[in-house]
Design a protein around this ligand. Structure first.
Ligand code: PSU
Ligand code: MN
Length: 304
C-alpha cells in the first residue's frame, strides 16, 4: 500500500533494513527557512556532518507527488532554488500535494510522518513550530506540536524561537505528554540564545542517555515524539535583547499586515533575517550543524 506513494532512497532503505543509524532531515527549512544558496549549502553540509558522525542522512520532501525519504544532491539543489515556490506541506496538506503530483516542502510535522512511514526514529532540524504569541486570540498553534503528541520520532532542535510563546508551547507539550529533554542544559534554549527563563523537563548530558530514554518510551508502547533541545554553540549566540526587539517588531508588523495561518512562520523568519542583516542566518546555520552532530550521535546509540 505505502509503496504506492513512498520512495525510500536505496542507501537509506538498506541502512534501515540493517538496523543502522539514520537521521531524517526536513525540507521547509530549505525552501522557507533560509535564502538560496545558503539553504542548499547548509542542507548538503548537514548531510555530510551526519555521515562524518556515523549515520546516514535522509532529507525528506515530496517531489511530483512522490513521498521522498532520502533526496539526491540534485533534488536538494532543485528544491532550494525553487524556494518559496514550493508548497509548505504540513500534515493536512500531504494528500493534496500527492494527488496533484506537485512538489511539497515538509515541515517538522510532515517530516515526522514520512520518517515514521520509513522507520526512522531520529530527526534533526533548527527550530520546531509551537504556540504563537497571541494564540489566545488567533489560535495559531503549529501542527508540529500535535504531531509530537502522536508520532514516534525524536526531534533534535535548538529549542523554540521566541517568535513563539515559549511558555505556552511547553504547556501544550506537557498536556500532550511530550517530554522535553535539555541536552546539557537546564533551561529550554531559545534558538538564537542558549537559555530562556523556562526549565526543560529532564536534563540529559549524553547521546547514550537520550537514546536509552527513547527506547524506554517506545518499548513500553508510549506513543508520541520526544523533543531534544540542544543549545546553540556559545560562540554563535546572538544578543538576547537585540533579537527580542527584532521579534517584537516583526510580530507587530505581521499583525498590522493581517498575515496569518501558514504564512505566519515564514514571514517572521524572513523578517528576523532581514532586520539582523544576516547575523541570524549565520547563527541559524551553525545551530543546525550542531543539532545534526548530536542527532547522529543519538541515532548511533539508538541503533546499538
Ligand atoms: N522555525 C524555525 N525555522 C523553520 C521553521 C520553524 O526556526 O524553518 C519551519 C519548520 O519547518 C516548522 C515550520 O515545522 O516552520 C512550522 O510552521 P507552522 O508554524 O506554520 O506550523
Ligand atoms: Mn501556524
Amino acid at each position: 500500500m505505502l509503496e504506492q506513494y513512498l520512495d525510500i532512497n536505496p542507501e537509506v532503505a538498506a541502512a534501515i533494513a540493517a538496523g543502522k543509524p539514520v537521521v531524517a532531515l526536513e525540507s521547509t527549512i530549505i525552501s522557507h527557512g533560509m535564502p538560496y544558496p545558503q539553504n542548499v549549502e547548509t542542507a548538503l553540509k548537514v548531510e555530510q556532518i551526519i555521515r562524518d558522525n556515523g549515520a546516514i542522512p535522509a532529507t525528506i520532501a515530496i517531489l511530483k507527488g512522490r513521498l521522498k525519504v532520502g533526496m539526491t544532491h540534485e533534488e536538494i539543489e532543485y528544491l532550494g532554488k525553487a524556494g518559496l515556490d514550493v508548497i509548505k506541506t504540513s500534515r493536512r496538506d500531504i494528500p493534496f500535494i500527492v494527488a496533484k503530483q506537485v512538489d511539497g516542502a515538509t515541515t517538522v510535522a510532515s517530516t515526522m510522518i514520512l520518517a515514521q512511514m520509513a522507520g526512522i526514529k531520529v530527526f534533526a532540524t533548527g527550530g520546531i513550530g509551537g504556540v504563537h504569541r497571541g494564540a489566545q486570540q488567533t489560535f495559531d498553534i503549529s501542527a508540529d506540536l500535535q504531531e509530537l503528541a502522536n508520532t514516534d520520532v525524536a526531534v533534535i532542535c535548538a529549542g523554540a524561537k521566541s517568535i513563539l510563546d515559549i511558555g505556552l508551547t511547553l504547556e501544550y507539550l506537557e498536556t500532550q505528554g511530550v517530554p522535553v529533554i535539555g541536552h546539557q542544559t537546564d533551561t529550554l534554549p531559545a534558538f538564537y540564545t542558549r537559555e530562556s527563563e523556562f526549565g526543560v523537563d529532564y536534563r540529559l548530558d549524553t547521546a547514550e542517555q537520550i537514546a536509552t530514554a527513547m527506547k524506554a518510551k517506545w518499548e513500553m508502547g508510549l506513543k508520541g515524539g520526544v523533543v531534544v533541545a540542544n543549545p546553540i554553540p556559545e560562540e554563535y549566540q546572538l544578543d538576547r535583547a537585540m533579537i527580542d526587539e527584532v521579534i517584537i517588531n516583526a510580530v507587530a508588523e505581521m499583525d498590522s499586515k493581517g498575515i496569518s495561518g501558514k504564512e505566519s512562520t515564514p514571514f517572521l523568519l524572513a523578517k528576523v533575517a532581514e532586520k539582523t542583516e544576516g547575523t541570524s542566518l549565520k547563527a541559524n546555520i551553525e545551530l543546525v550543524f550542531n543539532n545534526a552532530k548530536l542527532a547522529a550521535g543519538i541515532a548511533v546509540e539508538y541503533a546499538k
